[in-house]
Design a protein around this ligand. Structure first.
Ligand code: SF4
Length: 704
């Protein structure tokens, strides 16, 4: 029903982890327009191309509007009863680990919370993982090793207060454009602010850089180990901080020294470039090191994170204005997912599955005796378990692993053979939906309510400004209804997203007393009106703290106290390991994003102005490699690994490093017959974080 009067709603962009505030206006005729929210502290009114085009993505074409069973329209009761019954039967016959949920950093925190509670607290399995595993699991693991907690210490403002910003594995200009714009503005205002980019490719981001290190794939650990040794050698060490607030330096230096002789080879860099970077880092106290998917999406991703953090610990450059390591998340709510414990190896509210005290605390809070005592299967392993029959019922929500997981053809085969597949979706047809026994229509952006948390720990409201179309429902409601039908009525009787949020906030403060970093118990009593009006606010918000966003930009670790048992941060030894790829294939495939598309293009693909930037998938390849391989500019090339193949158009450019080829990850079987690049990517994972190495697969590049 179109609104009869114009409405204006403050909400949040559903794309990247910057978390920009958006003002959505619905005119009396139903036309929607969006603008940046000038009062939102992430973006101060700015939006990037994707955010600006949000109104173009709201048509109901191609939407899934009704529940379906075996392809036929069904009622909600029929669909939910069937899901609950088949899950319960599978658990009764094969145990709780025979079922799984695979969710998404696109979830709102409330969706995430209910799904996680259902699986870990009532089904009694750890088998809930999400596409956040592909996004920042290595940062989570690195933070926990160093800080004892998954804590991003700083804020976006630190980038503006720094004198040196080091961007590692981050094409910030395209992937986090509004944070990049903030950096551009500050550099224009204050040219003495230096920017270094560390990336195998020359990108739009490197145009801002004073120094670009076109590092070899996998060279980051060697580079930061070398930096650690250089800082020590030059006496750039905060001895008091190291003595009073850290442990483990001696072993870490020994591990770093092991690779000192092969630095230029391991990094693929000119020694003079390395020396210039080291000198700049050593000479500048206010340094923020920002890292993103080039660091995380690696089989040594966790070590890369710790190699970076080690340098900040040695210099005491953490917890102070303009200083610190800064993980910038890819997805809009990867951080919210971490808060609720939505990954297979987490519990809830930053508590640990392997801690008996934490399990007991969560069990008492949830009033359940079934809290799982072991981690579940992480994304890549989860779909291997579906393929080999260990997992017999899977529920996929708000993501499409048939396109986005590595070895994507294996994921497709896994779903083909899985006895029971449930998919919650906003879209009627994706590459995954043909394998669904039950399709559940989910409400999308602008139609549902809840919260998200951005990369600087800022919680913002996403608010509905459109009616829910057809019979779509919010994801939290769908999970809760299945929970009730499985017999857990009392635990899943939520009337609104606000109910879920209040419970989540209360759990974060339950028997906490500052022992955990994540605490928003100060928001546990927000009534309906206060939840509706909740201003963007950074956590922690402990009981008694202000909840109106004033006094924000708080930093963790300003007092040198970390969340390890002894309160000290840990240096973590990060030995240099050889790049493990299929050496029989001469090129290294790197995957990533383009400026105007998001994930598998289900939303951005609807906006004509976004497809005009880059209309089709491509393979960026250096001219010397192209000549050697017989690849012609704009000719088609076949990119093949032992897992699969894709055919895309060659983009011959010296922006690309020799020996590497870059292909964007957005195109799927829905929008390109052959550009589904994750079918090519090897399913190798980081042994600590379980995050796949999406940026280094050995491939052949063959003219097609
Ligand atoms: Fe949305 Fe990210 Fe662009 Fe902001 S920078 S408008 S959050 S896509």
């Amino acid at each position: 029903v179109p609104p009869v009067a114009e409405t204006t709603t403050r909400t949040t962009c559903p794309y990247c982890g910057v978390g920009c505030g958006v003002i959505a206006r619905v005119a009396a005729d139903g036309a929607v327009s969006v603008a940046g929210d000038p009062d939102h502290p992430a973006n101060f009114g700015r939006l990037c191309s994707k955010g600006s085009a949000l109104a173009d993505t709201l048509s109901l074409d191609d939407r899934l509007l009704d529940p379906k069973i075996a392809g036929a329209t069904a009622s909600w009761d029929e669909a939910l009863d069937l899901v609950a019954r088949r899950f319960a039967e599978t658990i009764a016959e094969h145990g709780p680990d025979a079922v799984a949920i695979y969710g998404s950093g696109q979830f709102l925190t409330e969706d995430y919370y209910v799904a996680n509670k259902l699986m870990k607290g009532f089904i009694g399995s750890g088998n809930i993982d999400t596409n956040s595993r592909l996004c920042m699991a290595s940062s989570v693991a690195g933070h926990k090793r160093a800080f004892g907690s998954d804590t991003v210490p700083g804020t976006y403002r630190d980038l503006e207060e720094a004198d040196l910003v080091v961007l590692v594995g981050s094409n910030l200009a395209w992937c986090h454009p509004v944070v990049f714009q903030r950096l551009v503005v500050e550099k224009e205002r204050r040219p003495s602010l230096k920017v270094v980019t560390i990336d195998p490719r020359r990108t739009a981001t490197t145009e801002l850089a004073d120094l670009h290190l076109a590092i070899a794939p996998g060279g980051d650990v060697a580079l930061f180990n070398g930096l650690l040794l250089h800082l020590l050698q030059e006496g750039v060490i905060d001895s008091a901080f190291v003595a009073d607030h850290t442990r483990g330096l001696t072993d870490t230096l020994a591990a770093a020294s092991g690779g000192a002789g092969t630095l230029a080879v391991d990094t693929g860099l000119d020694p003079a470039e390395i020396a210039a970077f080291y000198a700049l880092f050593a000479a500048t106290e206010k340094v923020v090191t920002v890292y993103s998917q080039g660091v995380n999406q690696s089989v040594t991703g966790t070590d890369k994170v710790n190699a970076i953090i080690n340098c900040h610990l040695l210099t005491g450059r953490i917890g102070r204005p303009g200083m610190g390591p800064f993980s910038i998340t890819g997805q809009p709510n990867a951080m919210g997912g971490r808060e609720v414990g939505g990954l297979a190896n987490q519990l809830a509210a930053h508590m640990d599955i392997d801690s008996a005290a934490d399990r007991d605390r969560v069990a008492r809070f949830w009033n359940t005796a079934r809290v799982t005592d072991r981690a579940g299967l992480k994304a890549v392993d989860l779909f291997t378990a579906v393929a080999d029959g260990r997992v017999k019922a899977i529920w996929i929500a708000a993501t499409n692993p048939v396109d986005s997981l590595p070895d994507a053809d294996l994921v497709r085969r896994a779903l083909e053979t899985c006895p029971f597949v449930v998919i919650s979706e906003v879209m009627a047809a994706t590459d995954a939906t043909p394998y669904a026994d039950v399709l559940l229509p989910a409400a999308g952006w602008g139609e549902k309510d809840g919260t998200v948390t951005n990369s600087e720990r800022r919680i913002s409201r996403q608010r509905a400004f459109l009616p829910t179309p057809g019979r779509t429902m919010p994801d939290w409601w769908i999970f809760a209804e299945v929970g009730r039908r499985m017999g857990y009525d009392a635990a899943f009787s939520y009337a609104s997203a606000g109910d879920v949020f209040r419970e989540h906030a209360a759990l974060s403060g339950f028997e906490n007393e500052g022992s955990r970093d994540f605490d928003i118990s100060g928001l546990a009593d927000v009534d309906t009106a206060a939840f509706d009006n909740l201003a963007p606010v950074q956590w922690p918000v402990r009981r008694g703290d202000r909840s109106d966003g004033e006094g924000d930009d708080q930093r963790f670790f300003a007092d040198g106290r970390f969340f390890t048992p002894d309160g000290r941060a840990r240096f973590v030894p990060t030995p240099v390991l050889p790049l493990q790829i299929d050496a029989s294939r001469p090129m290294v495939l790197n995957t990533g994003r383009v400026r105007d598309q998001w994930h598998t293009m289900t939303r951005t693909g609807k906006a004509a102005r976004l497809t005009s930037h880059i209309a089709e998938p491509f393979a960026e390849i250096h001219p010397e490699d192209a000549a050697r391989l017989g690849v012609t500019p704009a000719g088609l090339v076949r990119i093949a690994s032992r897992h699969g193949a894709a055919v895309v158009r060659a983009l011959v450019t010296d922006r690309q490093r020799r020996g590497s080829v870059f292909v964007p990850m957005h195109w799927t079987g829905q929008n390109s017959s052959s550009g589904r690049i994750d079918a090519v990517v090897a399913p190798a994972v980081d042994p600590v974080s379980g995050q796949p190495g999406l940026k280094a697969t050995g491939v052949d590049v063959i003219p097609f």
